[in-house]
Ligand binder design. Sequence first.
Ligand SMILES: Cc1cc2nc3c(=O)[nH]c(=O)nc-3n(C[C@H](O)[C@H](O)[C@H](O)COP(=O)(O)OP(=O)(O)OC[C@H]3O[C@@H](n4cnc5c(N)ncnc54)[C@H](O)[C@@H]3O)c2cc1C
Length: 80
Amino acid sequence: MTSAKVKEFTEDGVVYTKNGEEVTIGGFDTIALATGVKAYNPLEEELKDFAGKVIVVGDAKVPGTANLATEAGLAAAFEI
Ligand SMILES: Cc1cc2nc3c(=O)[nH]c(=O)nc-3n(C[C@H](O)[C@H](O)[C@H](O)COP(=O)(O)OP(=O)(O)OC[C@H]3O[C@@H](n4cnc5c(N)ncnc54)[C@H](O)[C@@H]3O)c2cc1C
């Protein structure tokens, strides 16, 4: 079910909305989450007036893999 937004989990299912319509489905014993992710980084905006340097790495910048986040963290460490 694409473009469906899960609103809440129930005892045996979920409540989701799709195209503005709320739907409840149930009767399940297992729920597998396969949602996408996006960066959530409100701190960068809060630090915009900080006089020093702000470096954003990893999933805070772009969601990716652990090795990419580690590489970016190492590069940031060398940069400072
Ligand atoms: C379910 C799942 C499976 C994954 N599987 C893989 C995989 O198999 N292989 C792979 O390479 N990658 C995988 N990834 C991706 C990988 O986990 C991330 O890319 C990586 O962890 C990003 O590292 P990060 O340091 O940027 O963020 P994170 O590892 O998320 O670290 C951020 C840290 O900041 C802390 N934090 C958040 N807000 C604040 C705050 N306000 N103050 C202080 N600390 C704060 C958090 O508690 C967390 O410890 C997976 C991700 C998910 C969600």
